[in-house]
Ligand binder design. Structure first.
Ligand code: AHR
Length: 505
């Protein structure tokens, strides 16, 4: 197998927001997750310092909040000001204390160093409530809501640039679900009012890879939105929690970009490809486990619908399957960097997140280390490379049967600042290593490379409290000359960096 690299052939520059994250008012993501007042590990604002440190290490560029399904019946005005009255969260059937609201969220984003990205209520909410939220966040002092922010102790506007209109309003499970026709009209009027308040906002709208929904949406407000939001959870175990095993999880990496290709086709057909980008603003291999809530017949007891959510916290479930899948998804975003400008891992903390919190600390799950390797090594320019003689593997699908696919998933990037070529090579094969050769076309030369590998001790490796079996080894430096073969271990994510100062910008 040979990877052909020509630094003159580029796909484009990836937006760092493809390494974004999402957090929702669900289970322990907020309360007991990032917001844990009274815990000795929290600062005086109640934010977990160990979580902030971990999120800063993976340079979280943007954090979408507060939902997710939660947002479709949430009223932001309940969660600002000195008096916070609890509300009943009809999305998740729990009491929402409203002690973590806009001001706390913005403060948290400032400490992490990430852009805020607020998702508005297009379920029971309306254009006015959404645009009032923009007033509260972005106007200096005009009108009642900016003045309210000031009286709440926040003199300067937050300048929240990214806003999403709605969350999955196409789905029967969503509170305030809409028809395609209703959606086009609501987004238009909401976008109109939000832009009247702050024309510098960038707006996204909930969408899916569906022709009617998107044509209606884009015909109505293609001129007012900058992003189209899509979501996916491949192992859809929301109701059953029956995890796909390693091979079944890898099977999902076949055609990961199906939805992107469809949405991109619609954007191209409508001449919007240079105006609107895709925000894949919820994604994860595994759906969150919350049985008997998105069903017509609701669970009657908390044992039916609430206690089972604790099973999302089983750290042993987040293995090399999740890490390999996550790396393949991030590779796909890099390869599609001309149309995918943002992606948000759902969620960042607890549930299926890459960081797990407990009262005495945090666990960095296998997926966290993929973000760490990618964000802190890959370059901004994605090269158009190809692999000769790509080996094929057969893997079992969860639905039965097997599917054939490439054994490896490789992207090549150029870090123009450092003058480095950085390759992310994922070996999906559960059983064997594969050797990689490189063919250099063009001016790049290098005589040494470093390789850092995340592979665990097996496909089922995971990290937990007092148990670490899925974290990267130290980078290893190896002399290189053309013809050198690089071995990629089974079930591994590898970052291979070729340095050559002569190429520095
Ligand atoms: O399972 C969690 C839910 O997944 C999010 O709240 C929603 O946006 C998506 O359907």
């Amino acid at each position: 197998m040979k990877l052909n690299i020509d630094t003159r052939r580029t796909i484009g520059k990836r937006d760092k927001m493809i390494y974004g994250h999402f957090i929702e008012h669900f289970h322990r993501q907020i309360y007991g997750g990032i917001f844990d007042p009274g815990n000795p590990l929290s600062d005086r604002d109640g934010f977990r310092l160990d979580v902030i440190e971990a999120m800063r290490k993976i340079k979280v560029p943007i954090l979408r909040w507060p939902g997710g399904c939660f947002v479709s019946a949430h009223h932001w005005k309940d969660a600002v000001g000195p008096e916070r009255k609890p509300s009943f969260d009809k999305a998740w059937r729990v009491e929402e204390p409203n002690t973590f609201g806009t001001d706390e969220y913005i403060a948290f984003c400032r400490k992490v160093g990430c852009e805020p990205y607020i998702c508005t209520n297009a379920g029971t909410g309306n254009a006015e409530e959404m645009s009032d939220w923009v007033e509260y966040c972005n106007l200096s002092n005009e009108g009642p809501y900016a003045k309210q922010r000031i009286s709440n102790g926040h003199r300067d506007p937050y300048k929240v640039r990214y806003w999403s209109i709605g969350n999955e309003n196409y789905g029967g499970w969503e509170i305030g679900a809409k028809s395609a026709e209703e959606w086009g009209r609501l987004v238009t009027e909401s976008a109109k009012m939000m832009l009247r308040v702050d024309p510098q906002t960038e707006l996204s709208a909930a969408a899916l890879a569906d022709l009617d929904w998107n044509i209606n949406l884009l015909r109505n407000c293609g001129d007012r939105i900058n992003w189209i939001s899509i979501h996916d959870y491949w192992d859809a175990i929301h109701q059953t929690n029956d995890y796909a095993d390693y091979e079944q999880s890898i099977a999902y990496t076949n055609h990961l970009d199906d939805k992107i290709v469809k949405v991109q086709g619609i954007l191209n057909a409508m001449g919007l490809q240079n105006k609107i980008r895709i925000a894949f603003d919820e994604w994860n291999l595994r759906g969150w486990y919350h049985p008997n809530i998105h069903t017509v017949k609701q669970g009657l007891t908390t044992a039916d619908y609430l206690t089972p959510r604790d099973l999302n916290d089983e750290n042993c479930r987040y293995t090399m399957a999740d890490a390999v899948f996550t790396a393949c998804f991030l590779n796909m975003c890099n390869r599609n960097c001309t149309v995918v400008g943002m992606a948000n891992f759902a969620p960042v903390v607890n549930t299926r997140g890459c960081i797990f919190t407990h009262k005495d600390g945090i666990v960095l799950r296998s997926t966290y280390h993929v973000f760490d390797l990618y964000v802190n090594n890959l370059g901004e320019t994605v090269l158009d490379t190809y692999v000769e003689n790509m080996p094929q593997i057969q893997v079992r699908e969860k639905t039965g049967g097997t599917v054939g696919m490439d054994a490896l998933d490789i992207i090549t990037t150029l870090d123009t600042h450092e003058g480095c070529i950085v390759v992310a090579a994922v070996n999906k094969d559960p059983h064997r290593a594969w050797d990689l050769e490189l063919e250099w076309v063009g001016p790049f030369v290098s005589s040494v490379y470093t390789i850092q590998t995340l592979m665990g001790t097996g496909t089922e490796s995971y990290n937990d409290i007092n148990h670490v079996d899925a974290e990267p080894g130290k980078p290893v430096t190896v002399n290189y000359n053309p013809g050198t073969v690089i071995s990629l271990p089974a079930h591994s994510v590898n970052i291979i960096r070729f340095a050559n100062p002569v190429n520095k910008n």
